[in-house]
Write a protein that binds this ligand. Structure first.
Ligand code: COA
Ligand code: AMP
Length: 620
């Protein structure tokens, strides 16, 4: 078997040959003759992603294997679905959507908690060639409205409620509020009624999910072009308007299928668990599509790492279902470590089947790395990727060759990704020198071909800074052994408990407060969540308001407009913001102060005392 270096080299030097071979891992209605053309992968190829994720496994004799295991400590229930059962449910749900007029190319917004119907809905859209857009449940009505207006769905699929450990989240009132705010009108909303809370349905527009599916005729798979979109997933950019990351059908199926074996070392029939949420890219790629494309059993977990009911929750799931590969965000492990530092809850469970722990979504701090690997005694693998890329850019590809691990590094670029560290002038940085992490074009299959209805923003955001390269937005360096170290975002995107947020979006909300003259929102280092947003606000001259009241109002406003997931809890009133003499807020310096890193006082600063004030507020 070839080692990492040989496989990597081939993927960069002969990408078409490399991906032609990988494309044999999926079923095509029309096999692609051309591998890459005009910036798109597999033009001319035709396939159906749902067929590849479900039908073909039934046809190949996996019908009785579990496809999906739903485990829900928040409802005290669990259920297994074989591939055959999943096929039946997906086909009927697709039939229901077709009956509502959804066809290839139409969009469907899915706003749902972590229930099997969310996965079934995604696959049902894929079956019809319809484009799904899943919106994370922790977003507020306003964020949902923005996505509905941009995606213009024919149908919205939702549920009566989501269940957080401390409270029920009634989704339907949020959806109704979003539809009131949005100018686009979907023809129908289909609502899954959960027993914990029933939703009122609007006559004529809303349908009860169970009734609608019961009466539906199963629908077959619609053949689509490899370059047709499978889904749009909105993610935070540097402004308040989210970016609609597009994923195509062909490149995505090929790349994800390839990644399951080569990055994760997962074989068909194995149990693979990504403890994330279907609202994020990790959920799309490694709860739903990756494991199912590979014929694995995937686990859908409606719970938390702690508090549902205790820090042994992950060990229970791993042991009960024989999980071979666990994937989550470092913050989940920090939460477990905080409540159970000695790992005593682990001792109640047989974890001998667990082979790898993969972590991503934010930087894996060496402390958490050591804690997890000492306790579990298995490789703990940091890997780095983004919503845009859809699958890992850098990882220890255990399915090719297990390389030695270095704490703090996601190891080396994954085959297909030509990672280059560039300085401000676009020259490559020597080993050890930090710069912008970029990927030399072409990007491999599975990565975003564009932003939904916004080709210009795609080019401007990702391709214009360094011609011929994709800009990741992360800073980092490569060491003498070729190991990549990703140090964090160099833009206004922050990562809160593995959730990606835009400080720009929070600033838009904070600035809308009538007493706020100007503000800057910065990600502050946080031991548990990695980062937390903190607002620094300057009040309008003469505002008589008490800063504590303003803070309370701003916290409530962000929660109401963006959602609880923003975890915005601090807004510090300051007398002025640090600025350059030309009036630009010194965000970068503020970010360094907030991150606890060394910072230099820029020579262009207008009033150095403004920086001191921020540093003192951060100290507090
Ligand atoms: N629907 C509605 N509300 C949600 C939600 C959802 N799907 N997910 C989170 N929220 C709410 C939480 O209830 C919380 O509300 P609160 O302010 O009333 O307490 C708020 O959003 C913030 O959530 P979170 O940042 O997740 O904090 P937490 O204290 O609830 O949990 C962790 C902390 C570490 C346990 C949790 O963040 C976690 O499990 N993270 C794993 C990360 C992950 O899955 N990342 C995905 C990429 S891999
Ligand atoms: P998202 O699009 O939500 O997956 O967030 C992507 C961003 O999360 C990246 O640009 C990084 O800033 C950060 N990130 C994800 N994985 C890692 C990792 N393994 N190490 C460091 N940062 C990471």
């Amino acid at each position: 078997m070839r080692g990492y270096e040989a496989v990597y080299r081939q993927s960069i030097e002969a990408p078409e040959e490399f991906w032609r071979e990988a494309a044999r891992g999926v079923d095509w209605d029309v096999a692609p003759e051309r591998i890459r053309d005009d910036g798109r992968w597999f033009p001319g190829g035709r396939l159906n992603t749902c067929h590849n994720a479900v039908d073909r496994h039934v046809a190949a004799g996996r019908g009785d294997q579990d496809a999906l295991i739903y485990d829900s400590p928040v409802t005290g229930s669990a259920r297994r679905y074989t591939y055959r059962e999943l096929l039946d449910l997906v086909a009927r749900t697709a039939g229901m959507l077709r009956g509502l007029g959804v066809g290839a190319g139409d969009t469907v917004v899915i706003y749902m908690p972590m229930v099997p119907e969310a996965v079934i809905a995604m696959l049902a859209c894929a079956r019809l060639g319809a484009v799904h857009s899943v919106v994370f449940g922790g977003f507020a009505a306003g964020e949902l409205a923005v996505r509905i207006d941009h995606a213009r769905p024919k149908v919205v699929l939702s549920a009566s409620c989501g269940i957080e450990p401390a409270r029920l989240i009634a989704y339907k009132p949020l959806l109704d509020a979003a539809l009131e705010q949005a100018s686009h009108r979907p023809a129908h909303c289909v609502i899954l009624q959960r027993e914990q809370c029933r939703a009122d349905l609007t006559e004529g527009r809303d349908l009860d999910w169970a009734d609608a599916v019961r009466d539906a005729e199963p629908a077959g798979c619609v053949s689509v072009a490899a370059t047709d979109p499978l889904y749009v997933l909105y993610t935070s950019g540097t402004t308040g308007t989210p970016k609609g990351v597009v994923r195509d059908n062909g490149g995505h199926a090929v790349a994800l299928h390839w990644s399951m074996a080569h990055v994760y070392g997962a074989a068909p029939g194995e149990v693979f668990w990504a403890a994330s949420d279907v609202g994020w890219v990790v959920g799309h790629s490694y709860i739903v599509y990756g494991p199912l494309l590979a014929g694995c059993t995937t686990v859908l977990y409606e719970g938390k790492p702690v508090g549902t009911p205790d820090p042994g929750a992950f060990w229970r799931v791993v042991s009960t279902y024989g999980v071979r590969t666990l994937f989550t965000a470092p913050t989940a492990f920090r939460a477990i470590k905080k409540e159970d530092p000695s790992g005593s809850f682990m001792k109640n469970w047989d974890l001998s089947g667990l082979r790898y722990l993969f972590l991503a979504g934010e930087r894996l701090d060496p402390d958490t790395y050591h804690w997890a690997s000492d306790l579990l005694g298995i490789p703990v693998i940091d890997h780095w990727w983004q919503t845009e890329t859809g699958w890992p850019i850098a990882a220890n590809c255990v399915g090719i060759e297990r390389l030695p691990l270095k704490p703090g590094s996601p190891t080396k670029p994954v085959p297909g990704w030509d990672v280059r560290i560039l300085d401000g002038e676009g020259n490559e940085c020597p080993p050890g020198v930090e710069g912008a992490v970029t990927v030399r074009l072409p990007l491999p299959p599975g990565s975003l071909p564009t932003l939904y209805r916004d080709d210009d923003r795609f080019t401007e955001s990702y391709l214009s800074r360094y011609p011929g390269h994709y800009l990741t937005g992360d800073g980092g360096y490569v060491d003498d052994d070729g190991y990549l170290f990703v140090m964090g975002r160099v833009d206004d995107v922050i990562n809160v408990a593995g959730h990606r947020l835009s400080t720009g979006a929070i600033e838009e909300v904070v600035s809308a407060h009538p007493d706020v003259a100007e503000c800057a929102v910065i990600g502050m280092a946080d031991e548990l969540k990695g980062q937390l947003p903190v607002g620094f606000v300057v009040l309008k001259a003469g505002s008589p308001r008490d800063p504590a009241d303003i803070e309370r109002e701003l916290v409530a406003l962000v929660r109401e407009r963006i959602g609880p997931v923003a975890a915005f809890r601090r807004a510090v009133v300051v007398t002025r913001l640090p600025k350059t003499r030309s009036g630009k807020i010194l965000r970068r310096t503020m970010r360094d102060i907030a991150a606890g890193s060394a910072y230099a006082v820029p020579s262009t600063i207008e009033d150095p005392a403004a920086l001191t004030e921020i540093a003192e507020a951060v100290e507090d």
